[in-house]
Design a protein around this ligand. Structure first.
Ligand code: ATP
Length: 310
């Protein structure tokens, strides 16, 4: 299916993200873990076209198998459209057409990007004209990663990951992503982390309920030096993701052997993000991994958040 934006429609593009750093603290009473993370929006995009309709509907297509993506109120883009309608007392509907490039359940926030794109697209289509601050509030109600997909760039997220502050980041970073055909469930990975921590039990301190991104990560981002940043990449979910999917460890090793500076599982996985020396370095890594039978993508960041294309 091709995207068919035309008069009376709004086409918005929103990026997927990598967690350059992801610290996971203890679990709060509401079930959410305390997080300190650095998001970077990368050049792998979701396209959402919104057109006027009496009720609410969604179609989804994409490069990968999108059969597992719900088309009802469980879809984050559908929830975004209905939340905006309720908040603005808009009494019509919308037909949303989503073209996914971000892997489903890939740890890259594709669903959150769809929600951010749907908010921006419906706001423009319906002429509801919400301020950026109100759009941000609605985004935060939809999910912890949605505000970031709205803003893009490079940002520090604390709390549940939803308290955002822009990070000073110089220059461009080149990443090679190794995607997987099969996704990983985010709750399964967090549960696995809790169980691994319980097994360590008495030997370890309780994970903190409030945490910060370490200064060296922020300094490396500010310097724009990929080699410096590569030494600070960390994801507290990685051990749990690798427990569920041992092949991810091998993908990281293959990437580093192919010339990447370092590799990390993105978010809850299973996408692996390999930080490279620059555009040429990334092309080299990509071609070695492709020859090894993997499915590598060369992307760069930071890129802007959800934007109207037409
Ligand atoms: P998370 O945001 O939980 O870290 P993720 O980035 O790993 O997730 P997503 O592709 O955003 O992965 O989706 C996770 C799950 O959310 C999917 O398995 C699907 O059931 C559901 N979902 C809801 N809306 C969407 C959407 N628009 N696109 C993809 N998945 C969606």
């Amino acid at each position: 299916m091709s995207l068919t934006a035309s008069a009376g429609t709004v086409h918005v593009r929103a990026p997927g993200k990598i967690n350059v750093y992801l610290g996971v603290g203890g679990r709060h009473d509401d079930g959410y873990h305390a997080l300190a993370t650095v998001f970077q929006a990368v050049s792998l995009y979701e396209d959402v076209v919104a057109r006027h309709a009496d009720d609410f509907s969604i179609t989804v297509s994409g490069v990968d198998d999108v059969g597992s993506v719900p088309l009802d109120d469980r879809n984050l883009a559908m929830r975004a459209a209905k939340l905006l309608a309720a908040a603005t007392e808009y009494d019509g509907g919308v037909a949303l057409e989503i073209r996914k490039n971000v892997p489903v359940a890939g740890g890259m926030g594709g669903g959150s990007a769809d929600a951010a794109a749907a908010l921006v697209a419906c706001d423009a289509l319906w002429g509801t004209g919400l301020s950026p601050a109100r759009l941000h509030d609605l985004a935060a109600r939809l999910g912890a990663d949605v505000p970031f997909a709205l803003h893009g760039g490079t940002a520090v997220g604390t709390g549940r990951g939803d308290q955002l502050n822009p990070a000073l980041a110089r220059g461009r970073l080149d990443w090679v992503l190794v995607t997987s055909e099969e996704g990983l469930s985010t709750p399964v990975v967090y549960d696995r982390l809790d169980r691994l921590r319980e097994q360590r039990g008495a030997l370890a301190d309780d994970p903190p309920l409030s945490l910060d991104v370490p200064i060296p990560v922020l300094q490396a981002l500010r310097s724009g030096d990929a080699a410096q940043l590569s030494m600070t990449l960390l994801n507290d979910l990685q051990e749990a993701a690798v427990y569920e999917r041992p092949d991810l460890d091998a993908a990281i090793r293959q990437g580093v052997d192919a010339g990447a500076l370092a590799g990390i599982v993105s978010g809850s996985g299973p996408t692996v993000a390999l930080l490279c020396t620059g555009p040429e370095g990334a092309q080299d890594v990509q071609s070695v991994l492709r020859d090894a039978g993997l499915d590598p993508l060369h992307v760069h960041g930071p890129v802007p958040g959800a934007r109207i294309i037409s």
